[in-house]
Design a protein around this ligand. Sequence first.
Ligand SMILES: O=c1ccn([C@@H]2O[C@H](COP(=O)(O)O)[C@@H](O)[C@H]2O)c(=O)[nH]1
Length: 268
Amino acid sequence: MGISFTVLSSGSTGNATVVRNEDTTLLIDAGLSAKRIDELLKERDLSGEELDGILVTHEHSDHVKGLGAMARKYNLPIYANEKTWFAISNAVGQIADDNRRILETGATREFESLRVESFGISHDAAEPVGYSFYDGAEKLSVATDLGYVSDKVKQAISDADVLVLEANHDVEMLRMGRYPWNIKRRILSDIGHLSNEMAGAILSELLTGRTKRTYLAHLSRDHNMMELAKMTVRDAMEDRGCFYKDSEFRLCDTYYDRPTPWDKVSEP
Ligand SMILES: O=c1ccn([C@@H]2O[C@H](COP(=O)(O)O)[C@@H](O)[C@H]2O)c(=O)[nH]1
């Protein structure tokens, strides 16, 4: 079967992704109400009963809003590093001791045949992480909420067959937009969010021929549009000498209000 995934919802109104293989199904973040996550799961013919656990990237509410409710409703273990556990302790409510699992940053954990590696990212949270998933030779990496992409992150996500990468904003739209200056400054900072241009620059360094597609994620509804994001990413790659044919590499959409189709990592 290999790795399949669906990005159930992406953006500052709520983030959740399902990654599964033949014996394990994991939810990455639970940033919407449990009711909404149940609806999104159902749209992809899944139920919370089929989940084996929830991996948390960081404590911001668009990543943990439904975390406690999902864990209680389906008796799911939650995996997060110690600092994130401390940061979510009030928001998450009562969680059974057995469901409080520590997955330290940089650690690897085997969920039967699905191997998960966490890697540290730069964002204004206690100890934010991204995750890479491995099944045999297949690799999927998920990296959103990044102010910038460090060499360590590049190393962690390089050679992924499929990548879910943040392209939060168009810098000019953000500069001209309605947010107060302190929020704009935060978004543009090294512990904020990745712009379309920066996402393209990173991809130009990472494309080795192995990465077949990248899902552009966590798009701002105020300061981005999917077509603009794709065009800017593509231009940024070409400016750096990275040309590709759509048959070899594709940029794919994520949505704030509906799940992406199931994607099999092994597929071309
Ligand atoms: O009023 C606001 C709006 C947004 N934020 C935070 O900014 C970033 C980017 O948000 P987008 O919706 O992607 O534009 C995100 O972290 C929001 O939580 C904010 O602090 N205040």
